[in-house]
Design a protein around this ligand. Structure first.
Ligand SMILES: NC(=O)c1ccc[n+]([C@@H]2O[C@H](COP(=O)([O-])OP(=O)(O)OC[C@H]3O[C@@H](n4cnc5c(N)ncnc54)[C@H](OP(=O)(O)O)[C@@H]3O)[C@@H](O)[C@H]2O)c1
Length: 276
C-alpha cells in the first residue's frame, strides 16, 4: 500500500503515540507526529494549533491528554472532530479507556462523525509503572490504590500501539471497537508482587478508599489532578473492567504480552534503575 498523505499521530511523545509513530517509521509509512513540543505544534487546549497539524493528512491516531474523563474532554473532542472533517480527514483511530463515561462519550462523537473510525479501548497500561504516573510508587515501595482485591487486565503499550497501527493502515478495521487488554486478570497485590520480583526491591500494594486516595493526591498534585484521577479510579477500578478482552487477538491475530514479560523487559531496559 502506498501512502500519499502523512498519517497524523497526535501525542507522539506519549506512551502509546510514541510507539505508533515508531511502528509507522519502521514500516517507512509517512507520518506526522505532533505534540506541544514538535515543530508543527498541537495543543489540545489551543485549537488554533489544530489546522496546521491536520493540514494534508487523511488519517489520524487520536490520543487525548490528560484523559477523556476530564470535564473539558467532550467539548474539545466535538470541536476536534469538526476540525478534522473540515480539514478533509477521512479516518480517525481513537484511543480510549475501558469503563470511563467520558471515553464512551468521546467514542460516540467519533462514531457519529461520518468519518471512518476505529476505537482502541484499552485497559490500564503496564507502562504506567515504568513511564507513567505510577513510576514514583515503584521507587517509593508502596502503591496506594482504591482497587481493593479487584483485578485488572493490565495491557502492554506495545500491544495497544500495534492494534492502533493496524487500524491506521488497513480499512478492514473500520467500524471496530477493540477492547485491548493483557492476557491475565491481576489484582494490584499480584501486579506489585511481580514488579517486586522483577526489580528485586520491596513493592507493596496498599488498598485505600476512594476518599483516602483523593486526599493523598490533593496533597501531592493539587485538586484538579486529584479530582481527575479519582474519577478515573472510580470508573475503572470498581470491578466493571475485571474481564479479559480479545481486542489484540481480533485486530492483529496474536496473543497480547503478559505483565511478567513487561516487568522483565522494563527492568532490562533500565526503567527502574534508580530503584535497583
Ligand atoms: N494510562 C492508562 O492506563 C490508560 C488506560 C486507558 C486509556 N488511557 C488513555 O490514554 C491517553 C493518554 O495516552 P498516553 O498515556 O500515551 O499519553 P501520555 O504518555 O500521558 O502523554 C504525555 C504527553 O502528552 C503531551 N501533552 C500533555 N498535554 C498536552 C496537550 N494539552 N496537548 C497536546 N499534548 C499534550 C505531553 O507531550 P508534550 O509536552 O510534548 O506536548 C506529554 O509528554 C488518555 O486519553 C487516556 O485516557 C490511558
Amino acid at each position: 500500500m502506498t501512502h500519499q498523505h502523512p498519517i497524523l499521530v497526535i501525542n507522539c511523545s506519549g506512551k502509546i503515540g510514541s510507539r505508533v509513530a515508531a511502528n509507522l517509521a519502521a514500516l517507512a509509512v509517512p507520518h506526522r507526529g505532533v505534540s506541544r513540543r514538535t515543530a508543527i505544534r498541537f495543543d489540545w487546549q489551543d485549537e488554533t494549533t489544530w489546522p496546521a497539524a491536520l493540514a494534508g493528512t487523511k488519517a489520524a491516531f487520536v490520543s487525548f491528554v490528560p484523559d477523556l474523563a476530564a470535564p473539558e474532554a467532550l467539548p474539545i473532542m466535538q470541536r476536534f472532530v469538526e476540525a478534522a472533517r473540515e480539514a478533509g480527514l477521512t479516518k480517525l483511530v481513537l484511543l480510549t479507556g475501558r469503563g470511563e463515561i467520558g471515553a464512551i462519550a468521546a467514542e460516540n462523537v467519533v462514531r457519529a462523525s461520518g468519518l471512518a473510525w476505529t476505537v482502541v479501548r484499552a485497559a490500564w497500561f503496564n507502562q504506567n509503572f515504568s513511564e507513567g504516573h505510577l513510576l514514583d510508587s515503584v521507587f517509593e515501595g508502596h502503591l496506594y490504590m482504591p482497587a481493593a482485591d479487584r483485578a485488572e487486565p493490565f495491557v502492554d503499550a506495545g500491544d495497544i500501539a500495534d492494534v492502533a497501527t493496524a487500524a491506521l493502515l488497513d480499512d478492514v478495521h473500520n467500524g471496530q471497537i477493540y477492547d485491548v487488554t493483557g492476557p491475565d486478570l491481576l489484582t494490584f497485590h499480584q501486579a506489585a508482587a511481580l514488579l517486586a520480583a522483577a526489580t528485586g526491591r520491596p513493592y507493596q500494594y496498599v488498598p485505600v478508599t476512594l476518599d483516602e486516595f483523593h486526599a493523598g493526591l490533593v496533597e501531592a498534585l493539587g485538586v484538579e489532578w486529584a479530582d481527575l484521577l479519582r474519577t478515573v479510579a472510580d470508573e475503572t477500578l470498581d470491578g466493571r473492567n475485571s474481564w479479559v478482552g480479545d481486542g489484540v487477538q481480533r485486530a492483529i491475530g496474536r496473543q497480547p504480552h503478559a505483565f511478567a514479560d513487561f516487568c522483565a523487559q522494563a527492568y532490562a531496559s533500565g526503567s527502574w534503575s534508580q530503584a535497583a
